[in-house]
Design a protein around this ligand. Structure first.
Ligand SMILES: Cc1cc2nc3c(=O)[nH]c(=O)nc-3n(C[C@H](O)[C@H](O)[C@H](O)COP(=O)(O)OP(=O)(O)OC[C@H]3O[C@@H](n4cnc5c(N)ncnc54)[C@H](O)[C@@H]3O)c2cc1C
Length: 446
């Protein structure tokens, strides 16, 4: 069976047009020491780190799509965050600051293009200034490099079209194509002997039955992982990095379904090419402290285009990238969760205005004009979308920090779940990977 799967990966050009370095594994196998579920940037970074640290182990990445990195990792703003926003001492604060430095170093080593184009967080109204100053203090506490507060004149010197009273200037912030970074992690992993199986949607995990004739290696690889086609692999340990499905993977493995994932779609607008001169670097608003999302921003892209957004509206389908995408299972899952109702009731008017703005371009343009008054509806087009995997607890609180957790019992004690890895997890991926590799070594005594 493993041979068939590997054949399929090779024939299907797994990696989605990437220059995948195909290596025949040391022996074609369906048994692995560690299987990582999910080939987004977190899963691939973690698999890579494990392969580099433990060259003698057989490692696999299992991905449900025919391509790598095609969900959150392939649908984001592409910003290398510097670590300003996050609560001092939190995993986000620590891993973002470390991760940004590691990301620049990795891109330099691999020749992956990036731009350190900087970012301004701009206060437009007087009452935003105390919050901006508090952000500055927070950034200093988090050891963010080169931060400073600047006034209206300096804002215009940096961003001639942008208006504002005061801004937090973060020249260390950059941009990169995270799909390209993730694909490079995949190549490193394969070069180190790792196996990537695409079109492998994990639907079931159970302990192998004693004496099972299918499990040639007996109880050395006691966890059976099954996919939607009924194919199986056997492994000793599992790490799940399943993004929008992280709660379902946890449930499948017998671990807690909470916190649940609520999908928030973010729609982007794009500036028409002839108007891109209006934006030099990232321009962000002072964030609303009630939400983990950073607000509608101007973001230059590696291809020279400029994206505006994203907004944040509840999606009716996980991995549903269009306004009308709908999945009955995902919808029921969300509306039957009491945490969602508590969240909706607490933020009803905010949610409605986000929906309104999502429908009417002119409403979004008004938001943009607060920063760049020259932007008009004629300068923009509707752009792509992404869906954020946001963990929500049963009290209706959006879980702010990264969450990693295991379980109990036969399978639970062999699993590490990445439960919540929203932004800035792409920036932080190499730092998250180091933490996961430490945790795997300690928990599983590798
Ligand atoms: C709109 C938006 C903007 C963002 N902007 C930024 C930014 O500027 N900077 C930043 O640092 N971060 C940003 N982020 C966050 C960042 O993109 C994510 O934190 C990061 O990509 C998460 O990576 P991941 O590997 O956990 O998830 P994903 O990339 O979603 O990967 C999860 C993978 O698991 C696979 N999978 C799921 N279920 C199964 C299963 N049963 N079997 C097998 N495979 C499965 C999926 O197919 C997918 O490939 C943004 C996110 C969004 C949505």
């Amino acid at each position: 069976m493993a041979a068939a799967l590997l054949q399929r990966w090779r024939a299907g050009g797994g990696g989605g047009g990437v220059a995948v370095l195909w290596r025949v594994p040391r022996r074609q196998r369906s048994t692995f020491d560690v299987a990582v579920v999910g080939a987004g940037i977190v899963g691939l970074a973690s698999a890579r780190e494990l392969a580099l640290r433990h060259p003698s182990l057989a490692l696999a990445v299992l991905e449900k799509e025919p391509e790598l990195a095609c969900h959150q990792t392939g649908h984001n703003s592409g910003v290398i965050h510097s670590g300003i926003y996050y609560t001092p001492g939190s995993l986000k604060a620590k891993l973002c600051v470390q991760g940004a430095a590691l990301c620049y170093e990795y891109c330099d080593q691999k020749g992956i293009p990036y731009k350190r184009c900087g970012k301004l967080i701009v206060a437009i109204e007087q009452d935003e200034i105390p919050r901006l100053k508090a952000l500055y203090e927070r950034g200093l506490q988090n050891n963010v490099r080169d931060l400073k507060l600047i006034g209206a004149k300096e804002i215009q010197a940096k961003e001639p079209f942008c208006r504002g009273l005061m801004a937090l200037d973060s020249p260390y912030t950059g941009i990169v194509n995270y799909k390209q970074v993730a694909q490079s992690y995949a190549e490193d992993f394969q070069e180190a002997g790792g196996t990537i199986l695409t079109d492998f949607e994990v639907t079931d995990m159970e302990m192998a039955k004693e004496g099972s004739s299918e499990n040639e290696d007996g109880l050395q690889y006691p966890v059976v992982v099954r996919n939607s086609k009924g194919e199986e692999i056997y492994c000793r340990h599992i790490v799940t990095c399943a993004g929008l499905y992280s709660d379902r993977l946890s449930e499948i493995s017998g671990c807690s379904p909470e916190p649940r994932i609520v999908p928030f779609r973010g729609d982007y607008l794009v500036l028409k090419p002839e108007k891109c001169y209006m934006v030099k670097g990232n321009i962000y608003p002072v964030p609303n402290p009630r939400f983990p999302f950073l607000g509608f921003h101007f973001t230059p892209r590696m291809d020279g285009s400029v994206w505006l957004g994203p907004n944040a509206v509840l999606a009716f389908k996980r991995e549903g990238y269009r306004l009308l995408d709908f999945s009955t299972a995902d919808f029921l899952d969300a509306v039957l969760y009491s945490g969602l109702w508590k969240l909706v009731l607490r933020n009803f008017s905010y949610g409605l205005s986000e929906m309104y703005r999502a429908c009417f371009l002119s409403a979004q343009v008004k938001q943009l004009q607060r920063f760049i008054p020259e932007v008009t509806v004629n300068d923009i087009l509707r752009g792509p979308s992404g869906v954020r995997a946001q963990a929500l607890d049963s009290d209706g609180n959006l879980v702010d920090d990264f969450v990693f957790d295991g379980g109990t019992g036969d399978i639970g004690s062999r699993i590490l779940h990445v439960r919540n890895a929203p932004s800035p997890a792409a920036t932080s991926s190499l730092a998250i990977a180091k933490m996961i590799a430490d945790e795997v070594k300690q928990r599983f005594e590798l």
